[in-house]
Design a protein around this ligand. Structure first.
Ligand SMILES: CC(C)(COP(=O)(O)OP(=O)(O)OC[C@H]1O[C@@H](n2cnc3c(N)ncnc32)[C@H](O)[C@@H]1OP(=O)(O)O)[C@@H](O)C(=O)NCCC(=O)NCCS
Length: 189
């Protein structure tokens, strides 16, 4: 299983993983009408355009299985909507826009490896902080907390006419290893 930068030839596969993971993850969290209307072809066209733009493509990474092809992806770049919980010490803020791993391939370390690749890219591009927005009700929150993200604000977004609460996480040391902190034996109760 390898992590590499995305290329235009991946657009179709990323579009498929995008729709599959949204429908699996967001059922009950986002309006059904919106989820059933999602189209792999439309998402593929969106990713095709992003991958064809070198400034965007440098922040797009895929996880590739030898047999199954692309099974996960993530994208990052300059912050689009800085959360209000940033404390003002941040100089250049980047953002992880997306991170999705197919259900059958979750919990094998691919999410961590994709996040790591994106943080390296953001560092290389001169960012000192990364933020990420996610649905407040998405249980994946605990994944980001395990990866060292700190709560950094909230906002209300609108999906197909429905208001949805979102929360932001921030990482202020993009060099720190993404290891889940485990209690040392002497710290355990
Ligand atoms: C969130 C996601 C990207 C994580 O990727 P993954 O490949 O499953 O995660 P990893 O295998 O790298 O997990 C790394 C660590 O996080 C833990 N973890 C993974 N998902 C978790 C969750 N939902 N809650 C708590 N811990 C979680 C793993 O157990 C592992 O812990 P360890 O270090 O103790 O071994 C993936 O599960 C996913 O795509 N989920 C659905 C879509 C989604 O919600 N995306 C985020 C939108 S912002």
């Amino acid at each position: 299983m390898k992590i590499r930068r995305g290329r235009t030839a991946d657009a179709q596969a990323i579009g498929r993983v995008h729709v599959e993971t949204w429908q699996a993850t967001y059922a009950g969290l986002l309006p059904d009408a919106m989820l059933v209307r999602m189209s792999e072809a439309r998402q593929a066209a969106y990713w095709q355009r992003s991958l064809a733009d070198p400034r965007e493509a440098r922040g797009i990474f895929v996880a590739e299985d030898d047999d199954m092809g692309v099974v996960g992806f993530g994208s990052c770049g300059p912050v689009r909507d800085p959360p209000d919980g940033l404390n003002g010490t941040e100089q250049r803020v980047g953002e992880v826009y997306t991170l999705y791993v197919e259900p059958d391939f979750q919990n094998r370390g691919l999410g961590r490896r994709l996040l790591d690749a994106m943080f390296r890219q953001l560092r290389a591009d001169g960012f000192d902080t990364a933020v990420l927005w996610m649905l407040a009700r998405n249980p994946t929150r605990f994944f980001y907390e395990g990866m060292g993200g700190d709560p950094a604000g909230s906002r209300t977004d609108r999906f197909s006419g429905t208001d949805v609460e979102e929360v932001a996480y921030a990482w202020r040391d993009l060099d720190a290893p993404l290891v889940r902190r485990r209690l040392a034996p002497e710290e355990e109760g």
